[in-house]
Structure formats: structure tokens, C-alpha cells
Design a protein around this ligand. Structure first.
Ligand code: GUN
Length: 281
């Protein structure tokens, strides 16, 4: 039997249609600013595609492109002016930043109410304590995919592989919020396959192509593959294609969790704009 494919393109398409109608009904036009430092072409094209999608939904967006040698002070100055600009509802600092910049300090400089990545410590704290705040887009997209395909989360065992601040840690908080039992694993976890084989929902966000094989999963599992590695011009997930022969459902790569992340950045921008301009709902 082959796994049900959980198409992120389908789920994000439906989400973007919903978001466009939300934007249309707003008495203002939300504004989003992407800040990108350096000349990595993959990063540049990723930001452009996010900006195009924002425009499709009716959101104003702008890309601030800075040279690789931009100093910490210059970048902090730009973040400060975006924080103060009433027309800017969302600020996204594209990561990774060049090594000479202190990413943590720069992310902390973003006004928390405009932090559409949900990376600011204030938003991290709100997520873990269950208060409303901005939640990182990738984990938000994972839960949205499950909701779109009507896959229940409550009471299930969610095993997360990878403890990054971008995905693994916030995914653990979000699945906990949705009443899953959560196991957060990482590179030093002992006997990882014995844990992944217990997963009802398996989230993999490591960036190692094909590391999860069919022997690491159980037959009724739902697998969400976040990892993306480009090898010889092709995109590979962290989950080997052979897993599709074992599990109940699986996100494809490409066209799985990636498109949902972009849709959730737009979702967060609308939430940020509403909260700031009309006090939130
Ligand atoms: N680089 C790769 N993924 C992300 C993300 O979700 N947000 C930001 N800001 N940068 C990224």
C-alpha cells in the first residue's frame, strides 16, 4: 500500500484563497518588509517568491536588499526604522545572516508585534506559555496541513527530529498546545529509530537527505518532512521515498511543507496587522 500524499500545494492554495478574502475585508492594506543580507541566489529567489505570493493575496510587500558587508549597526538602524514605521505590519529578516552579524541580537531588535517569524524571545515565551502571539511559520504550517487533511493531533504521539529554533522547538510547543504527547529528539538522542517507530505523527527537520528510512516508521504513521537538501539541482527531503510504502500519510518534497511555510508568513502578517491596528481578535 502507498501512503496518502499530503499536498502542501493543495493546503496552501486553499489557505491563500481564505487569506485573500480576509485581506479584502480589511479597512487597510497590510504591509510586509523582507530584509535580506548578502548575495546567496537561493535565498534571493526564496524571498522574491514569498513577496510575489504576498502580492497575490493583496499584501503590500517590499524587499530591502543589503550588501554582504552590512554592519551590525547599519542593520540594527534599518530594523529600528521599520519598527517605527506605522505602515509596516510585518518584518522578516531572512536567515541565515552572514557570520559577522549577531543573528540573535538582530532578531531581538525586531518589534515583537511585527515579528512575523515568531522568533523574538517575547513570542517564544508566549508560545510556550500558551498566550496569543506570533508563531513561527513552518510549525504553524505543519499543524495547518494536518487540519486541512482532517488528521487529528490530540492525544497522539508526535515525535520531532531536530531541535532548531526555527522548526523543532516551536513545533514541540505547538503540538503540545494541540494536546499531543511530544518527544523532541536531536543529533545526540540515543537509539533514535526506537523513538521514531513510536510516532503517530513524525516531524523531521534536520536537513539530511533521506535519513528516515522505511525501517524507522510504523505503518499507521503520518510523516511531515520539513528537511530540504539540494543535491545536483534536485530537492530532497529528510524522508526516503521508500517510507511511502509503509506509512499512512506523508508530505511530498517538493510541494509539501515548503509552500505552507510561505502561506503562514502571510497569515502571520495579517494577524500582526489586525492586532496592531485594530487591537486583535
Ligand atoms: N530561512 C529559512 N527559513 C526561514 C524562515 O522560516 N524565516 C526566516 N526569516 N529565514 C528563513
Amino acid at each position: 500500500m502507498s501512503a496518502r500524499l499530503l499536498s502542501g500545494r493543495e493546503a496552501s492554495g486553499a489557505t491563500l484563497i481564505e487569506l485573500a478574502s480576509v485581506v479584502e475585508a480589511l479597512p487597510f492594506c497590510p504591509g510586509l518588509v523582507f530584509v535580506r543580507v548578502g548575495d546567496d541566489p537561493a535565498s534571493a529567489s526564496y524571498v522574491r517568491s514569498k513577496s510575489r505570493l504576498a502580492a497575490r493575496v493583496g499584501i503590500r510587500s517590499e524587499i530591502v536588499e543589503l550588501v554582504a558587508c552590512t554592519s551590525q549597526e547599519e542593520l540594527l538602524g534599518i530594523v529600528g526604522s521599520l519598527n517605527a514605521d506605522p505602515d509596516v505590519d510585518g518584518i522578516l529578516i531572512q536567515l541565515p545572516l552572514p557570520d559577522h552579524l549577531d543573528s540573535a541580537r538582530i532578531l531581538e531588535a525586531v518589534e515583537p508585534t511585527k515579528d512575523v517569524d515568531g522568533f523574538h524571545p517575547i513570542n517564544v515565551g508566549k508560545l510556550w506559555s500558551g498566550e496569543p502571539g506570533l508563531v513561527p511559520a513552518t510549525p504553524l504550517g505543519l499543524v495547518r496541513i494536518l487540519d486541512h487533511f482532517q488528521i487529528p493531533v490530540e492525544g497522539r504521539h508526535a515525535v520531532i527530529v531536530g531541535r532548531s529554533n526555527l522548526v523543532g522547538k516551536p513545533a514541540a510547543a505547538l503540538f503540545l498546545r494541540r494536546h499531543a504527547t511530544v518527544t523532541l529528539t536531536h543529533s545526540l538522542t540515543r537509539d533514535l529509530p526506537s523513538l521514531t517507530r513510536q510516532a503517530d505523527i513524525l516531524v523531521v527537520a534536520v536537513g539530511r537527505a533521506g535519513m528516515i528510512t522505511s525501517k524507522w516508521v510504523k505503518p499507521d504513521a503520518v510523516v511531515l518532512d520539513v528537511g530540504q537538501s539540494r543535491v545536483g539541482g534536485c530537492l530532497y527531503g529528510d524522508v526516503s521515498p521508500s517510507v511511502a510504502g509503509v506509512v499512512a500519510a506523508l508530505t511530498p518534497t517538493p510541494g509539501g511543507t515548503g509552500p505552507m511555510t510561505v502561506a503562514m508568513v502571510i497569515h502571520n502578517t495579517i494577524e500582526a496587522a489586525r492586532a496592531r491596528r485594530i487591537g486583535g481578535e
